[in-house]
Write a protein that binds this ligand. Structure first.
Ligand code: TMP
Length: 215
């Protein structure tokens, strides 16, 4: 019997606190005998990690940013995500295309139709129906008010290019996530991130259990 692969992404503005829950969810799946591939975007392959360094540190316009994150995504899908799903792994990905719609689309105001075109083109999968677009089976969106995230970030390590953005930028990023959730509600679980870590974890677990993927 082949086990079906699962693709779960984690999204939210910087400071929303998704990292510890990604680790915990990996352990929960492993405890139930599932193989887990943990990965992130931009990144996840040697080439995509090189592009990540450019995207996070170099000044560039929104189109250049969008093209680089989609180039990284193409390599990531081909080299890592598709093979892992074909093996039956649970792929846990820290950010995916919703981040491009939120950051480049919402935050930077880049054209959404161009992003939709890139999504359709880059995320097509050879051998599947021509209109199939690889996207997560479930996206956990850690929703946190931009003001609270900004307070958390001031306590954090030295900020990268995005983390250094003003609070208004993150309000637009949040709107971008909300718009993506509105366009595809069945794929999303909104997690209230302004709670204790234990309460957030309980909500994360419930969202995955509700799909029937964890006991
Ligand atoms: P993180 O992995 O530490 O969250 O950092 C990734 C940063 O890159 C984060 O600020 C969001 C940003 N980003 C984009 O702007 N567009 C994208 O498509 C992705 C995946 C991330």
């Amino acid at each position: 019997m082949t086990t079906q692969g699962l693709f779960i992404s984690f999204e939210g503005i910087d400071g929303a606190g998704k990292s510890t829950h990604i680790e915990a969810l990996a352990q929960a799946f492993q405890a139930q005998g599932r193989a887990v591939t943990l990965t992130r975007e931009p990144g996840g392959t040697p080439l995509a990690e090189k592009l990540r360094v450019l995207v996070l540190n170099d000044a560039m316009d929104a189109m250049t940013e969008a093209l680089l994150v989609f180039a990284a995504r193409r390599d990531h899908l081909q080299q890592l995500i598709e093979p892992a799903l074909a093996r039956g792994d649970v792929v846990l990905c820290d950010r995916f295309t919703d981040a491009t719609f939120a950051y480049q689309g919402g935050g930077r105001g880049f054209d959404l139709n161009t992003l939709l075109f890139l999504e359709r083109t880059v995320q097509a999968v050879k051998g599947l129906e021509p209109d199939f677009i690889r996207n997560p089976d479930l996206t956990l969106w850690f929703d946190l008010a931009a003001e609270i995230a900004a307070q958390r970030l001031t306590l954090a390590r030295s900020p990268d290019k995005f983390e250094a953005q003003p609070v208004e930028f993150f309000r637009r990023v949040s709107d971008g996530y909300l718009n993506r959730m509105t366009a595809g509600p069945s794929r999303f679980a909104r997690i209230e991130a302004n709670q204790t870590r234990e309460a957030v974890w309980r909500d994360v677990l419930h969202a995955v259990q509700a799909k029937g993927w964890l006991a």
